[in-house]
Design a protein around this ligand. Structure first.
Ligand SMILES: [Zn+2]
Length: 444
């Protein structure tokens, strides 16, 4: 029989065996002892498949990450479950400890010149598109801690090519798939516009925010199909500069920021204000920055001082200040500015963290507590069992305390929930004819 020619058959999740279901259930419920037993058995008999996935494509590691169960993640990794894109999943749910563990593991197993674990996933069922790197995803989540982890380990910033770039790579990519090409550019800019990433990677975050917001404005006009995304990112950059400015506490700090000019010595109290940075803000059309109350207050003070204060200073004193400056080292020039900026960043980041901690209890938090209790229950049962007590009645009742999310998932798992629509017979024949050999267990 002649088989129709298809480039790629999506490798959709196969139906699970009962053993595999029990394995995933034990992982999700945090039943460490049982999972360890199942994994040990799988090492000898290859049953169940420890890398099996549920109907939504989640494997044991993804479930352990979703349940924020670090011990379970560690057990699964140590026992040889393929990590695949688990790192991206843990970044996505901002599970910092798991990110660290998976990074350590990746460093152990990765060989130079070969793709990383998260790049070796089936494209048609992967949760993340191939242009999403760990750093880009962490920047999208704007997670300072994870970004720092990745940068410390040598992750590099995305460098989007110019929109009119005619390099071989750009030509090939836009020819292959122009939509993907422009979406991946949006993804790169979305990462670069992350306040946490700017704060961590730029020596002059205010300037970076100005320049990036200008670039994003131009992109919005150059790529009308992604206009709203770019304008949204532009707003985000502008807001970041405003938030940093908002952290300035004294007139002196404010003056150092607003008078900063990288080509000139830093501002000293009492001297002429050039307001170079403010001028730059106007050039880059940073309306909210210029309109900030701190700046308005400073401008008003300058005005009332008798326009402007520095003119009253004698020229001899001015000369004295300038000649004193000439002796300063190049590096010391920016010292004041960068120390003020560092203070602003520190306050900005710590206030963000405080805001996060102050947020009220969510359903997500309750679910977390419930899965902790569930894991603890199994631990207790295991201890009692090991000490020769009869725990059979407790296990039979299955009175696990489950969150809503877990209940829904368990029901679907046990009832063989499927994502794919019901196939017509024609379609089914087609799939079976073209599917690779190892797909014969695909459920009808
Ligand atoms: Zn290019």
């Amino acid at each position: 029989m002649e088989t129709p020619e298809i480039k790629e058959v999506p490798n959709l999740p196969k139906a699970l065996s009962l053993e595999e279901k029990k394995y995933l259930l034990a992982v999700e419920r945090g039943d460490m002892a049982n999972v360890r037993r199942i994994l040990e058995r799988a090492q000898h008999f290859n049953i169940p498949n420890i890398n099996c996935v549920d109907s939504l494509g989640r494997n044991a590691l993804t479930l352990a990450i979703d349940g924020e169960n670090l011990e379970m993640v560690e057990l699964l990794v140590v026992m040889g479950v393929e990590t695949k894109d688990a790192l991206l999943h843990s970044i996505n749910v901002e599970f910092v400890e798991a990110v660290e563990l998976l990074l350590d593991h990746e460093e152990l197993i990765h060989k130079d010149g070969e793709p990383y674990s998260w790049q070796r996933v089936n494209l048609s069922t992967a949760s993340f598109t191939p242009d999403i790197t760990p750093l880009i995803l962490a920047a999208h989540r704007n997670n300072y801690e994870i970004l720092k982890l990745l940068l410390d380990r040598g992750a590099t910033l995305p460098m989007p090519h110019d929109i009119k770039c005619g390099c071989e790579e750009c030509l090939r990519e836009s020819k292959e798939d122009s939509l993907r090409h422009s979406l991946s550019r949006v993804n790169e800019y979305k990462a670069l516009a992350s306040p946490s990433l700017i704060a961590l990677s730029s020596g002059d975050p205010i300037l970076t925010a100005f320049q990036l917001s200008w670039e994003l404005r131009n992109l919005a006009f150059a790529e009308p199909e992604c206009k709203s995304e770019y304008l949204e990112l532009r707003k985000q950059c502008q807001q970041f500069a405003v938030d940093l400015l908002h952290q300035s506490r004294t007139s002196e700090e404010l003056a150092v920021i607003l008078n900063h000019d990288p080509d000139k010595p830093s501002y000293e109290v009492g001297e002429q204000m050039t307001l170079a940075r403010l001028e730059l803000a106007i050039t880059y059309k940073q309306k909210k920055f210029v309109a900030h109350p701190n700046i308005q207050q400073l401008l008003a003070a300058l005005w009332y001082e008798g326009v402007p204060g520095f003119r009253r200073k004698s020229s001899i004193r001015k000369f004295f200040i300038i000649s004193k400056r000439r002796n300063l080292e190049e590096k010391e020039r920016d010292y004041r500015y960068s120390s003020v900026v560092r203070a602003l960043i520190w306050r900005y980041v710590s206030s963000m963290h405080r805001k996060c901690e102050e947020s009220s209890v969510t359903e997500e938090d309750i679910n977390e507590v419930k899965s902790d209790i569930s894991a603890f229950r199994y631990e207790m049962l295991e201890i009692l069992n090991k000490n020769g007590m009869d725990v059979s009645c407790a296990e039979k009742k299955e009175k696990a305390i489950l969150g809503k999310k877990m209940k829904v998932w368990e029901r679907r798992l046990m009832k063989d929930f499927k994502v794919a629509p019901i196939n017509s017979e024609e379609m089914e024949k087609f799939i079976y004819v073209t599917a690779p050999e190892n797909e014969d267990s695909l459920a009808r």
